[in-house]
Design a protein around this ligand. Structure first.
Ligand SMILES: Nc1nc2c(ncn2[C@@H]2O[C@H](COP(=O)(O)OP(=O)(O)OP(=O)(O)O)[C@@H](O)[C@H]2O)c(=O)[nH]1
Ligand SMILES: [Mg+2]
Length: 408
């Protein structure tokens, strides 16, 4: 008999602020996401704490009263971890872990932790480790500042300082070593990429958990790890795909997220090279997610950061099978009709207007809805690039519907 592995989830509370830039609704969305991240990392959120503040308290992030509430709750409910929705400064992190006497994490921490948990290959592990050390380095300085203040400067220049200096040196050395290691792997990967010849290269990009790997499996008949958790994919997988005799390369890539730690974007640069060097992007969107438009924004922002925002792009709206608009009551004169009430048809019109009729596709990868249209539009987009690159074999690849019957 198979032994069932029991997963024990750590009891966790999450904390976020309502500020002028972050309305209550927005905060709840962020906290939903933070809760999903926590679950992915192995935590169970038992309570959310929120507070209205103009800006975070520089010492403790939340105000004193709120902190007392949190402390009490933690004691009474045996909570082991508190996670804050924004990046904490080294000082805040120190103060909070002392005062709350439990594990204190922030969003960056949590994401780094998930990446560390999920990194499979030595390449991914190296990239994550580098990001973790980059995150740690300024925090070692913070630890020192805190000791210095506590025990005073004079007479403290003994072992304390040496210790931290040593720690910092170790971390810096480690960072240099990891960067070196990555450089070597990068060179190998670049060679691999250049060996792939002149085939058109497409990359699946998008927010985490939208269905990129599911689509990849569907297209490439390959088995890529799919899971309803965040960041299932950390390594780029490239497969040769053939639609109607036209071969091209398709890459599945790491999912993006709002407030992605900068350390991660940097250390994952080489993974993201696959995106940077792609001829065509398939930007996958989970239309059933209430914040999908924010997700598109966040993805576009990261594409801009890696200088890939000007590539030909197909917008793939996935999971139409689970999309349901909010109910709109026409009798209710107080209620305004907004995009939350749009039908799939209305979204189609909106996006086709925005990006062009051929560049917006609405599908369900799981229920296999509209897959024929998806294949046709991807074929057309690849073909477009292909015939610009190889004008002489134009005739080999006719328009999609001219060879509909010739299944390949
Ligand atoms: N209902 C529904 N679920 C889907 C669809 N496509 C994918 N999913 C589910 O969405 C979840 C995430 O799918 P993945 O393919 O792992 O998503 P991903 O974009 O690769 O995620 P990361 O690698 O984490 O960035 C899985 O549980 C899939 O089964 C769809 O069309 N409809
Ligand atoms: Mg994936």
């Amino acid at each position: 008999m198979l032994e069932q592995e029991e997963i024990i989830y750590e009891k966790t509370v999450i904390v976020g602020l309502i500020t002028q830039q972050q309305s209550e609704d927005k905060l709840q969305e962020y906290l939903d996401e933070l809760e999903f991240l926590t679950y992915t990392a192995g935590g169970e959120v038992v309570k959310r704490f929120t507070q209205k503040l103009e800006k975070p308290n520089p010492k403790t992030f939340v105000g004193t009263g709120k902190l007392e509430q949190i402390e009490l709750f933690i004691k009474e409910n045996d909570v082991s971890t508190v996670i804050f929705d924004d990046e904490l400064s080294p000082a805040q992190q120190n103060n909070l872990s002392k005062m709350l006497d439990c594990k204190v994490l922030d969003r960056t921490n949590l994401i780094l932790d998930i990446f560390a948990q999920r990194a499979q290959t030595s390449y991914a592990r190296t990239q994550v480790e580098l990001a973790q050390f980059e995150y740690l380095l300024p925090r070692l300085t913070g630890m020192w500042t805190h000791l210095e203040r506590q025990r005073g400067g004079i007479g403290m220049r003994g072992p304390g300082e040496t210790e931290i200096e040593t720690d910092r040196r170790i971390v810096r050395d480690r960072i240099a070593l990891l960067k070196d290691k990555l450089k070597k792997i990068d060179r190998q990967m670049a060679v691999q990429r250049s060996n792939r010849g002149a085939m058109v290269r497409a990359a699946l990009v998008g927010y985490t958990n939208v269905g990129k790997s599911t689509l990849m499996n569907m297209m490439g008949k390959s088995e890529v790890f799919v899971e309803n958790k965040l960041f299932a994919t950390l390594d780029t997988t490239v497969r040769k795909v053939v639609i109607k005799n036209l071969p091209f390369l398709l890459a599945d890539t790491v999912g993006f997220i709002r407030k992605l730690p900068t350390q991660l974007v940097e250390s994952f640069k080489s993974t993201l090279d696959e995106v940077r060097e792609a001829d065509l992007l398939l930007h996958v969107v989970d239309i059933s997610h209430p914040d999908f438009e924010d997700h598109i924004e966040a993805v576009n922002q990261i594409l801009k950061e890696i200088e890939s925002d000007d590539k030909p792009t197909l917008m793939i709206f996935n999971k139409i099978d689970t999309y349901s608009p909010e109910h709109y009551d026409e009798e209710d004169l107080m209620q305004e009709r907004t995009s939350k009430h749009y039908s799939i048809g209305e979204w189609k019109k909106t996006w086709m207007n925005k990006v062009g009729e051929n560049n917006a596709i609405f599908i369900s990868a799981v229920e296999k809805e509209n897959i024929e249209e998806f294949r046709a539009k991807v074929y057309e987009a690849v073909r477009e690039i292909h015939i610009t690159r190889f004008p002489y074999n134009h005739f080999l690849y006719p328009e999609y519907d001219q060879n509909m019957n010739d299944e390949s």
